[in-house]
Design a protein around this ligand. Structure first.
Ligand code: UDP
Length: 235
């Protein structure tokens, strides 16, 4: 692990069954338990951005009836639901947590204020960054890159279903080659689809390393948070 302030991006689908919908409380609980153990073993300061694809993606729902901007707004609201579920599970596990939202939902979450986020991190609270960037036409990958830079994270970690970056999709191609380290340019030029190109470019331009690792492998979140090197580094 590159440093001890981590921004962990997880997709909404990590909270539900494969290709499923909504939230599976067992996944969320297991996830919270692993975060608790990992934080206790290591010395990490953890902020998280969770996607909303388990409920809805703006580009997918957009059409004649629901416009793209409304779809994206709905997608951003979905990320707030996920953050609240994670907060609840983490607090039940005994981990102090704050949700900071880019969209004001004052009864449910604090507004995203950079210095406030930093203060929570210093106090070892897990900071859940919800509501995306607050703007349509962005993704939560880009949100994660932006917020990682704003909070001066040492690394942007992306928890996925595969072990890291391969030359091809390992679920489809058994000959896919695994890479321990790749450059940002490799990711962009070879179109290794770990994150959208806006997010990767933002990290490249600001020298923020990305660590892609398998979050579905039992125990990996604990290992990752306690400092073990996992997956692929993009540098
Ligand atoms: N979204 C947005 N602006 C943002 C972040 C997210 O409009 O800054 C919307 C967009 O519609 C996106 C949805 O929220 O499809 C859910 O986020 P994402 O698709 O990144 O979730 P994931 O695939 O990571 O679960």
């Amino acid at each position: 692990m590159a440093g001890n302030r981590i921004l962990l991006k997880i997709s909404g689908e990590m909270l539900c069954e494969k290709e499923g919908f909504g939230i599976n409380p067992t996944h969320v609980q297991d996830f919270a338990q692993q975060i608790k153990e990992g934080l206790a073993q290591g010395n990490a300061e953890l902020a998280m951005v969770c996607g909303g694809g388990n409920f809805l993606r703006g580009a997918q729902i957009a059409g004649d009836e629901i416009g793209r901007i409304t779809g994206d707004n709905m997608g951003m609201l979905a990320t707030i639901m996920n953050a609240l579920a994670l907060q609840s599970a983490l607090e039940r596990a005994g981990v102090e947590t704050r949700v900071l939202s880019a969209i004001p939902v004052n009864d449910l979450a604090e507004p995203f204020i950079r210095r406030r986020a930093l203060r929570h991190l210093e106090k070892k609270r897990v900071v859940l960054l919800a509501g995306g960037t607050g703007n349509p036409y962005f993704t939560t990958d880009t949100t994660a890159a932006l917020r990682a830079l704003q909070i001066r994270a040492d690394v942007l970690a992306k928890g996925t279903k595969v072990d890291g970056i391969y030359s091809a999709d390992p679920e489809k191609d058994p000959d896919a080659e695994f890479f321990e380290e790749v450059t940002f340019l490799d990711v962009l030029q070879k179109r290794l689809r770990i994150m959208d190109s806006t997010a990767v470019s933002l990290c490249m331009d600001n020298s923020l390393p990305i660590n892609v690792f398998n979050m579905k492998e039992q125990g990996n979140i604990v290992k990752f948070l306690s400092g073990e090197r996992l997956g692929t580094m993009v540098v």
